[in-house]
Design a protein around this ligand. Structure first.
Ligand code: FO1
Length: 354
C-alpha cells in the first residue's frame, strides 16, 4: 500500500511540479533547532498550500548535517538525521530535545555492563531500532542516502531528508587535552573543554550526496535553519561543492538566527562560536555567514524582535535583515517563523506567494 501511495504521490508531484505556484524549498539543517523549524515549515505549507492529496503544493528537502555521526557498538549513529526524523514523525522526546518519546534504556544498561559503547552516551531501546536498521542497510551495501530513504519511508514525513554527504566526515574537536569526536566533547564534556578548533575528518575527499546539489540548484527558496552555525551549518558548508552550489543557486538564501539577545536558544553553540572567534549574537553570526553579494551565504537574515537593532547594522553589508518573533515554542510559533522566512524570500523575488 505504502509503495502504491508513494507511487501515486510521485506521479502527482511530477504533475504538480509543472503546475503554477508549486514551490520547492531546501533547508540546510542540523538537529533540534532545524527539526523544529522544519516541522513549522511543513505545518505552514499544509495550511497555506493544501493540495488535497494530504500534502501541499510545495516540496521540502532538508540537507542535513552528518558531522555528529559515528560508529558506536558497531552501529551507525546519525543524531541530526534522527532528531529531524523523530520530530517530523511526532515520535521525539520534546522535553529532552533528542531521542524517542516514551524511551526505555534496558539494552543501554546491558551494553554498559559489557563495556560496549560510551557510558555517557545513552542509546535508548527504541532509538537502537533505528541504529540497527540503518547499520543493516549500510552493511547490505546501501549508501547513507539510500538507508535514510528506507528508514524515513516508515514515517511518511512530508519532507525529504538528504544527508549532506554519504562519506563519513566526522567532526573532531581539538582541545588542550587532545582531540576527540564531537559527540564526546558535546555529551561527555558538555562543551566545557575549550575547543581550539573543529576538524572535519577526511573532508577533502568527500562529495555531496546524490540529490543535494540538484536540490540546491532547483529550489525556489533556500533556508539556513536556526542550527549551530559551526558544527551543523558550518559542517554542511564545509563539504566540497556545497558553497559553490549555494553561490550559484537562483533561489534567495534566507537564514534564521539561532541566537536571541546574545544567548543560544538551546544547546552550546556559544562554546563553538567562541572557539572560532565569533561573538554570540545574531548580528555576529550573520556577518560570519557573510552576505551573498560579498561572496558569503546570505541574502536575508531573520533576527528576533528583541534584536531589531541589528537590522540597521546588517543592511549596509548587503544582508536584508528582518526582526520577527524567533522563539519556536510550539508548532504554531514555528509555522509563523517559517512563514516569515518564506515572506523574506518572496520579498527578494522568489517564486510563489505563501
Ligand atoms: N545527548 C546527550 O546530551 N546525552 C546523550 O546521552 C545523548 C545520546 C544520544 C543518542 C542518540 C542520538 O541521536 C543523540 C543523542 N544525544 C545525546 C544528542 C546528541 O548529542 C545531539 O543530538 C547532537 O549530536 C548535538 O547536536
Amino acid at each position: 500500500m505504502l509503495c502504491t501511495a508513494r507511487a501515486v504521490r510521485a506521479r502527482s508531484v511530477t504533475a504538480r511540479s509543472v503546475s503554477v505556484g508549486y514551490v520547492k524549498i531546501t533547508v540546510l539543517s542540523g538537529g533540534v533547532g532545524g527539526a523544529r523549524f522544519l516541522r513549522g515549515l511543513r505545518h505552514h505549507l499544509r495550511e497555506a498550500r493544501p493540495d488535497g492529496i494530504g500534502g501541499t503544493t510545495a516540496e521540502i528537502t532538508a540537507v542535513v548535517n552528518t558531522g555528529d555521526d559515528m560508529w558506536l557498538g558497531s552501529l551507525r549513529i546519525a543524531p541530526d538525521l534522527d532528531s529531524i526524523m523523530y520530530t517530523l514523525a511526532g515520535a521525539n522526546d520534546e522535553v529532552r530535545g533528542w531521542g524517542r518519546l516514551g524511551e526505555t534504556e534496558r539494552v543501554s544498561a546491558e551494553l554498559a555492563a559489557y563495556g560496549v559503547g560510551w557510558p555517557w552516551f545513552t542509546l535508548g531501546d527504541l532509538d537502537l531500532g533505528t541504529h540497527i536498521a540503518r547499520s543493516h542497510f549500510l552493511r547490505s551495501g546501501l549508501t547513507l542516502t539510500e538507508a535514510t530513504d528506507r528508514i524515513t519511508a516508515r514515517w511518511d514525513l512530508g519532507v525529504t531528508l538528504l544527508p549532506v554527504t554519504d562519506d563519513e566526515v566526522e567532526t573532531q574537536v581539538v582541545t588542550d587535552e587532545g582531540s576527540m569526536h564531537f559527540q564526546e566533547w558535546w555529551t561527555r564534556h558538555r562543551a566545557a573543554l575549550p575547543a581550539r578548533r573543529f576538524v572535519q575528518q577526511d573532508v577533502t575527499t568527500a562529495n555531496p550526496a546524490p540529490g543535494v546539489l540538484e536540490a540546491i540548484a532547483r529550489s525556489d527558496i533556500i533556508v539556513v535553519a536556526p542550527s549551530n552555525p559551526v558544527v551543523s551549518i558550518g559542517t554542511i558548508l564545509g563539504i566540497p561543492g556545497i558553497r559553490a552550489a549555494l553561490a550559484e543557486a537562483s533561489a534567495p538564501i534566507v537564514g534564521v538566527s539561532p541566537i536571541i539577545q546574545g544567548a543560544v536558544v538551546r544547546g552550546m553553540a556559544d562554546a563553538c562560536l567562541t572557539a572560532i572567534g565569533v561573538a554570540t549574537s545574531a548580528e555576529a553570526v550573520a556577518r560570519h555567514y557573510g552576505s551573498r553579494r560579498a561572496g558569503g551565504l546570505l541574502d536575508a537574515w531573520l533576527v528576533d524582535e528583541t534584536d531589531a537593532d541589528s537590522v540597521t547594522t546588517l543592511e549596509p553589508v548587503g544582508i536584508a535583515a528582518l526582526a520577527v518573533p524567533l522563539w519556536m515554542r510550539d508548532v504554531g510559533s514555528s509555522a509563523r517563523l517559517a512563514a516569515d522566512a518564506l515572506g523574506a524570500a518572496y520579498a527578494l523575488g522568489a517564486e510563489g506567494s505563501v
